[in-house]
Design a protein around this ligand. Structure first.
Ligand code: FAD
Length: 452
């Protein structure tokens, strides 16, 4: 029988160890399958689903139209396919998130009951979560020492695979559904799929990397790689990127490696503490006083807070399904510390709207901002949205681009429209709250829990 290669977060053919394993196990005869799992698709939101569908179309094309797409609960669908195809085994790149682990354990059990092998190989990370521990076996909760150990651990060279590594079987006799249509049409999403990922990476290396260190914190410049949606779906593996950067001692390369290490770190934290996706890592924060104000939340979501950098970020998210990292930090801090809303409300909105929405990076990015995470910013360090805007969008170009009501204001004055007495910008709201007062309020609430 053939081997089944079940694609999940590894929608590529290059540098794909599980693909090589599958081909080796069945004399090259591989059945490629993707399962549309309603439990994962629903919370994804239309933007991420659309990008996924486009990645699947690209992969199907690489496979000469031979990607079998099934719909349903993988715990039933995958063993059923293995039975009807008479497969010798099922090959995957490991999924290390809480849902994927549980699902895979069940799939494995069902397969093994039928005598079919379950073969995980690799993961979506340079270093598979759980592999980096301290000498005494204990776990890292702080990024910097993790980063050091992660670098020392190292990663394998990219695997030498491509579409010619297997003979792709036509799975249409096993049923299958067509790849769903796009659900969003008016968002400028990046091109999908492996070759688009490689193009984006090449162009970043040629024109962005040398200035990455200086430009990465500037939302008014396109100074970052925009690789996050591709990494999310495994259109490219981080090991490939790291191999391309090997030996490059420039500041840009070393700071890019640090960001990829952050991605691995958060996946590692999620692996070691799966509940950190839902609960405060620092449980003292379970008792912090919160407001549960739905109207403030709506104003934040829609970019009507009256704080220009916050509103620009929230509108970028709605318009593009993506937001610059610096601005993600600013809007998250604002939700938690100026509006006193639960961080998971904000995290859920992000997961629903982001094309790169990823449980590990998102939930821990939010907990970092909320101060309740592993190595969180100390709670007393509260972003001032106005000075953050003036510092990282110094000429105001980012704000003017996303907030048309403020386009008439030149330069950095755009960050404090409330100061303009002569020409009040029409249609733009007054600040929803007074930052200095809310800062004091946040600190007072923190004082109530900090010695608990
Ligand atoms: P680059 O600057 O080019 O970075 C290269 C890659 O490094 C990124 O693609 C990403 O994979 C990784 N990376 C960079 N910064 C971080 C970081 N802080 N944490 C983890 N990985 C990082 N990233 C996601 O991929 N999905 C999310 O859902 C997500 N939610 C976030 C929520 C909050 C509140 C915050 C503060 C950050 C979040 N991030 C998330 C991290 C970061 O904002 C994005 O990875 C980055 O903006 C993607 O753009 P880029 O590819 O151009 O980044």
């Amino acid at each position: 029988g053939p081997a089944i290669l079940w694609f999940r977060r590894d929608l590529r053919l290059r540098d794909h160890p599980a693909l090589l394993d599958a081909a080796a196990a069945a004399d090259g005869r591989v059945l490629a399958v993707f399962v549309l799992d309603p439990a994962l698709l629903e919370p994804s939101g239309a933007v991420r689903r659309t990008f996924l569908f486009r990645c699947l179309r690209a992969l199907d094309e690489q496979l000469g139209g031979r990607l079998l797409v099934l719909r349903g609960d993988p715990v039933e669908v995958v063993p059923e396919l293995a039975r009807s195809a008479g497969a010798v085994g099922v090959h995957v790149s490991a999924d290390t998130g809480p849902y994927g682990r549980e699902r895979d354990a069940q799939v494995r059990q069902a397969l093994e009951a039928d005598g079919v092998g379950w073969h995980p190989r690799g993961s979506p990370y340079a270093v598979t979560p759980g592999r980096v521990t301290k000498n005494d076996g204990s776990l890292y909760k702080v990024y910097t020492p993790f980063r050091r150990a992660w670098g020392d651990h190292g990663w394998p060279r990219p695997a030498d695979s491509d579409e010619t590594s297997a003979r792709w079987l036509d799975g249409s006799i096993h049923g299958g559904v067509s790849i769903p249509d796009d659900e969003v049409h008016d968002l400028p999403l990046p091109d999908a799929g492996e070759s688009a990922a490689n193009d984006a990476w090449r162009s970043f290396r040629e024109s962005g990397l040398h200035d990455y260190e200086g430009a990465r914190d500037r939302p008014d410049r396109s100074g970052t790689s925009r690789m996050s949606p591709y990494l999310r779906w495994g259109c490219v593996h981080p090991r490939t990127l790291l191999a391309d950067l090997a030996g490059d001692r420039s500041q840009g390369a070393s700071s890019y490696r640090n960001e990829l290490a952050f991605r691995d770190f958060y996946a590692d934290v999620l692996w070691n503490w799966p509940s950190s996706a839902r609960h405060n890592f620092d449980r003292r924060f379970d008792r912090i006083r919160l407001d549960w104000d739905r109207e403030l939340f709506a104003a934040w979501r829609e970019g009507r807070t009256g704080f220009p950098i916050v509103d620009a970020g929230m509108r970028q998210l709605l318009a593009e399904g993506w937001m610059h990292n610096r601005v993600r930090m600013i809007v998250a801090s604002f939700l938690v510390k100026d509006l006193h809303l639960p961080w998971w409300w904000g995290a859920r909105h992000f997961m629903h709207r982001l094309v790169d929405g990823d449980l590990a990076s998102n939930q821990h990015g939010w907990q970092w901002a909320a101060g309740s995470g592993t190595d969180a910013a100390p709670y007393f360090r509260i972003f001032n949205p106005t000075t953050q805007g003036e510092k990282f969008d110094p000429d105001g170009a980012y704000v003017r681009y996303y907030v048309p009501e403020l386009r008439g204001i030149d330069g950095k004055a755009v960050h404090q429209p409330w100061k303009l007495t002569a020409q009040r910008p029409e249609g733009y709201p007054q600040p929803l709250v007074e930052h200095a007062a809310e800062r004091r309020e946040a600190l007072a609430r923190y004082a109530e829990i900090k010695n608990a």
